[in-house]
Design a binder for this molecule. Structure first.
Ligand code: GDP
Ligand code: MG
Length: 531
């Protein structure tokens, strides 16, 4: 992550002072600096720097004692950061952030070291997936919730949240969420600017419950990002927006179909109620209620039955409907109450597993795999298997560090969105859809499996040889269907065998997936993996 040069310049011009917070190091190596005597004096020095800087020290690595910018090779830099981590740990401090810059001889970096152990973050983290037709107010609603401020009706709020792909920050924390807020004893903990790292970090640090919103991009329904958003993460709840001045559309119907088919407890927000009369909002709400009943669900009007009823009955076929306006802020406190009190639904426990969503390389850190932890926990230093790689085998890698919401953490558990920096593997070997599991696991890749599927939308019946793209966890791959009865009818459920066309993946019974080919689409559940 190329940082702001001012940080480097400032550190260099401050220089190393006896009672200052800045320390220059050319490099730190395991061999030299971890020897007992050196290690202890380095820890004492770091302690001194942290105290001199009122709890925060700055380590400039890749420069000589005189402050001459030398730059060191990436491997040496990585090793230096590992060693600095250990020294900081010994001194009761932790590495809070690392920024690097390229020089002609390698890299130079500035590590910010903070007092205290690595952050203990709130144990309770709810992940909410938003869905709905484009312009039906998803980004705005999230923006107004997390800031507590109204929108201007002209896209003011969403500008914080609508990050274009090329702007997506390639930080160590691969933040798939686009809005975060939280709750503590005193109520909501909001952010000032939703896109500012430090605001989000403060929420994660101080709240007892953190709520992350994950966008599922409503532009073109069934875009792979939408599907990834819905299935590739351990979502706890779905939040579907329907604009009061437009009503449910085909996209609304499809998004609702996926949310419900994957059994995600869902809330419908009728947005923009300030734009139309109460009678028109009533009419839209009736349309939504009809849609839900057609899908075999019971709508629950919060206006009529109250928030407590919604809290009691959500899931189990009941879908609460809340009316909102990001302009008047109507209904937003109801959503606050729900997000403060709703239980976490995604199951934790079990063996560690994470499906890779994105991968990238960070100078000085190495390859990073990001995604949502599906089950179990992972800790820095853990030995993992990654794969299946091309040949259908798994490769070993070690967890160098874990980052979450711009915070380095020692360990992370199911449901967390994390970036895991890996040692012992190349970034080019990592692909979306691969899984990370413990080294002790004995993973068997699957090429062919049996599934129970439901065809949501297909012009005719589906026969053997039908080849849609299957989206399962973060996997997106062409697959061939062989229905057990020879065919599958639209609107019906049935059994089929499915074979991935190109690669095997680590999958297991119970996992849900979406498939799509042209206009046809459907959902399914893996019932059996066939060798
Ligand atoms: P998204 O595509 O679903 O994320 O929709 P946006 O959040 O980008 O909203 C689309 C437009 O609707 C923006 O110009 C918003 O300012 C506007 N908007 C969103 N919510 C409201 C609302 O409650 N009332 C009014 N009047 N406008 C809104
Ligand atoms: Mg949006």
């Amino acid at each position: 992550m190329a940082g702001d040069r001012a940080l480097l310049r400032q550190a260099l011009s401050t220089g190393e002072e006896t009672d200052g917070r800045v320390e220059f190091k050319e490099r730190l190596s395991r061999e030299v600096h971890l020897s007992e005597a050196r290690f202890e004096s380095l820890a004492a020095q770091l302690r001194h720097r942290v105290l001199s800087g009122d709890g925060e020290a700055t380590y400039v690595v890749g420069v000589t004692d005189e402050g001459h910018v030398a730059g060191i090779k990436p491997d040496a830099f990585s090793e230096s950061m590992d060693v600095l981590n250990l020294i900081a740990d010994e001194a009761g401090a932790h590495l809070d952030a690392v920024e690097t810059w390229g020089t002609k001889d390698g890299i130079v970096g500035v590590a910010t070291v903070k007092d205290g152990g690595t952050l203990e973050i709130a144990t309770d983290h709810l992940i909410v997936g938003t869905a709905g037709h484009v312009d039906h107010g998803k980004s705005t609603l999230v923006g107004s919730l997390v800031t507590g401020r109204p929108d201007d009706g002209e896209g003011g709020m969403r500008s914080y949240l609508d990050v274009k792909p090329h702007e997506i920050e390639r930080g160590l924390s691969a933040d798939l969420s686009y809005g975060v807020y939280g709750f503590d004893d005193a109520g909501p903990v909001r952010v000032d600017k939703p896109d500012r790292k430090s605001d989000r970090a403060t929420v994660v640090e101080s709240a007892d419950r953190v709520v992350s919103f994950v966008d599922t991009v409503g532009h073109e329904p069934w875009l792979s990002t939408t599907i990834r958003g819905l299935l590739g993460q351990k979502l706890d709840y779905g939040l579907l927006t329907v604009a009061a001045d437009d009503g449910p559309t085909e996209t609304t119907r499809e998004h609702l179909g996926v949310l419900l088919a994957t059994d995600l407890p869902t809330i419908v927000a009728i947005t923009k109620t300030d734009l139309v009369s109460a009678a028109e909002t009533d009419a839209v709400q009736r349309d939504v209620e009809r849609l839900l009943r057609q899908a075999g669900r019971s709508p629950l009007s919060i206006a009529r039955h109250g928030t407590d009823a919604a809290l009691d009955e959500i899931g189990d076929g009941v879908v609460p409907i809340v009316r909102t306006s990001a302009i008047t802020m109507d209904g937003l406190s109801t959503l606050d109450t729900l997000f403060e009190q709703l239980p976490k639904t995604a199951a934790a426990g079990g063996e560690f597993r994470m499906y890779i969503d994105r991968t990238y390389r960070i100078t000085g850190v190495g390859p990073v795999a990001s995604g949502t932890i599906e089950s179990g926990t992972v800790a820095a230093g853990d030995s993992l298997l990654v794969g299946p790689v091309q040949e259908g085998t798994f490769e070993e890698a070690e967890v160098r560090s874990i980052e979450m919401h711009y915070h380095r953490v020692d360990r992370a558990e199911a449901g967390r969105i994390v970036g895991i920096a890996l040692k012992g593997i190349e970034e080019t070997d990592l692909e979306r859809g691969m899984a990370l599991v413990p080294k002790s696991a004995d993973p068997t890749p699957t090429r062919r499996f049996k599934a129970e599927v439901m065809v949501l939308n297909h012009p005719t019946r589906i026969h053997t040889g039908y080849e849609p793209v299957v989206h399962l966890e973060t996997v997106s791959e062409a697959a061939r269907f062989e229905p057990l009865d020879g065919q599958l009818l639209p609107g019906d459920s049935g059994e089929t065998e499915i074979e991935f066309k190109f690669n095997p993946y680590l999958i297991e019974p119970g996992q849900q997936f979406v498939f799509r080919e042209g206009q046809s689409k459907g959902v399914g559940t893996v019932t059996q993996c066939i060798e």
